[in-house]
Design a protein around this ligand. Structure first.
Ligand code: GLP
Length: 259
């Protein structure tokens, strides 16, 4: 795992966007796993900036949502398909049909989950998956005790997560109870994982994900199992890492051919 510590949230966005673009460039028809929440927003701003400067194009890219709420009308601004359209897809040259999410309106949820995994596999799997981290350690919507080998499925949100996400809704009661999320096993199948976080409120979670024991009670610790995970965080989010100086040394002394 590579841990990159930068000054602030904007720098997290710039560095993570460069990591993502480098991986996307390697494939003719790249696939990019996109995440919601506040943490990825600086990444999306940096990608939009790169697109506007002609550095990157998404015409051959397919984007896949990490997760989706169940029970929201399709035109709801907080459905994750709409959130990603607003934050990224609607500002770049991604063809409309190339943004994919699980079919949350399908009457057979299990079928919708299996079908989503099938489409991802058909397009060659996810090349680079961007993830944030929830306050209880969730990735996607894999709440504590999620199987470390889980696949896309329905999950029930914890009271903590519904409380955390209430800020996006008119009232806490409006936050859906159920979601579809890629499983931890699905996430670990991605070729490259890029986890982003910023701010002091993420420091304890980042320390547990990067240095804590591997445990289903803290789903983000599963990134320790991945062969190519990059954690991009700001100084505040790095505040509780025991080996922060070591990660800085590793990054500063990276051989030129690896930069
Ligand atoms: C939601 C998303 C997660 C995200 C989390 C943290 O629950 N499903 O993918 O990581 O929010 O969001 P934030 O970055 O706003 O703290």
């Amino acid at each position: 795992m590579e841990v990159i510590i930068v000054a602030d949230a904007d720098a997290v966005g710039d560095v993570a966007a460069r990591q993502i673009m480098a991986t996307l460039r390697r494939r003719d028809t790249p696939t990019f796993g996109v995440a919601t929440g506040s943490s990825p927003l600086p990444v999306y701003r940096a990608l939009i900036g790169a697109y506007q400067h002609g550095v990157v194009s998404f015409t051959r890219t397919h984007m896949f949502l990490l997760d989706e709420y169940l029970g929201l009308p399709p035109d709801h601004p907080e459905s994750y398909l709409n959130v990603i359209r607003t934050a990224l897809a609607g500002h770049v040259d991604l063809p409309a049909g190339n943004l994919h999410g699980p079919d949350a309106a399908h009457p057979d949820v299990e079928h919708a989950c299996a079908e989503y995994e099938r489409v991802i596999a058909e397009l060659g799997g996810i090349d680079v998956q961007l993830i944030g981290i929830g306050s209880d350690g969730h990735i996607g919507f894999n709440e504590p005790t999620s199987s470390l080998s889980s696949r896309t499925r329905i999950k029930t949100l914890t009271a903590q997560t519904r409380h955390d996400n209430a800020r996006f809704f008119a009232s806490p009661d409006e936050v859906p109870v159920h979601v579809i999320t890629q499983g931890i096993g699905s996430i670990l199948d991605a070729g490259h994982l890029v986890l982003v976080a910023s701010g002091e409120s993420k420091a304890a979670s980042i320390a547990r994900a990067v240095e804590g024991p591997l445990a289903a009670m803290f789903p983000a610790s599963a990134i320790q199992l991945h062969r190519h995970a990059t954690v991009v965080i700001d100084e505040a989010a790095a505040g509780q890492l025991t080996l922060a100086d070591y990660y800085r040394d590793v990054y500063a002394n990276k051989p030129a051919w690896q930069q």
